[in-house]
Design a protein around this ligand. Structure first.
Ligand SMILES: CC(C)(COP(=O)(O)OP(=O)(O)OC[C@H]1O[C@@H](n2cnc3c(N)ncnc32)[C@H](O)[C@@H]1OP(=O)(O)O)[C@@H](O)C(=O)NCCC(=O)NCCS
Length: 152
């Protein structure tokens, strides 16, 4: 089995991360956005390397008392090989001792792969943000995990 490593993202990863991002999303994060996120002390940025090549990444941040998964993507040749799952497991391991009230994220209503991924980790759909995505005005599903308060 190919050697895999999950590790923190560094500034030297950004070119590769941004290339995967541009190939993945219709409204990709800019390099500056990745850099800004790397500078935030509350942020969690992880990458998965397979045989030394960056194959996927996850970015989350803390907002008040909630963790927010802001970005996750896997390079096409490595999809459906549990790269995203390993990134999410590592993220949960980092956040499990925190006193946050749960985890949330937004996902396109049409993104069945991601919705299934999040469901497999116990995220539950709790509502819709209408016209959330600026390019085509697609709605976002709001998902939560381990939330015990009122839904936003
Ligand atoms: C969504 C994404 C991150 C999943 O990454 P991945 O590494 O392929 O996912 P995993 O292999 O860890 O999949 C774990 C589980 O998620 C579900 N899943 C993943 N891809 C799926 C697909 N295409 N169709 C249905 N279920 C899928 C399955 O339950 C899967 O478990 P299984 O393979 O044992 O059946 C990847 O498809 C991707 O990069 N998509 C484009 C970016 C994106 O949509 N990001 C999310 C934005 S909110």
């Amino acid at each position: 089995m190919a050697a895999r490593v999950i590790r923190p993202m560094t500034f030297s990863d950004i070119d590769r991360v941004a290339a995967i991002e541009r190939a993945t999303f219709t409204v990709p994060w800019s390099t500056d956005l990745f850099m800004g996120q790397l500078r935030r002390s509350t942020s969690i940025l992880l990458v998965c390397e397979i045989e030394g090549v960056l194959a996927g990444y996850l970015i989350a941040d803390s907002f008040v008392d909630v963790w927010h998964i802001m970005n996750i993507a896997v390079d096409v040749p490595h999809r459906r090989d549990h790269v995203a799952s390993e990134l999410i497991e590592a993220y949960f391991a980092i956040t499990e001792q925190s006193e946050h009230r749960g985890h949330t994220l937004e996902v396109r209503v049409s993104n069945e792969a991601a919705i299934e991924l999040y469901r497999s980790f116990g995220f539950i759909a709790s509502g819709v943000r209408p016209k959330y995505y600026p390019d085509d005005k697609e709605d976002a599903v709001i998902m939560w995990k381990d939330w015990e308060g009122e839904f936003a």
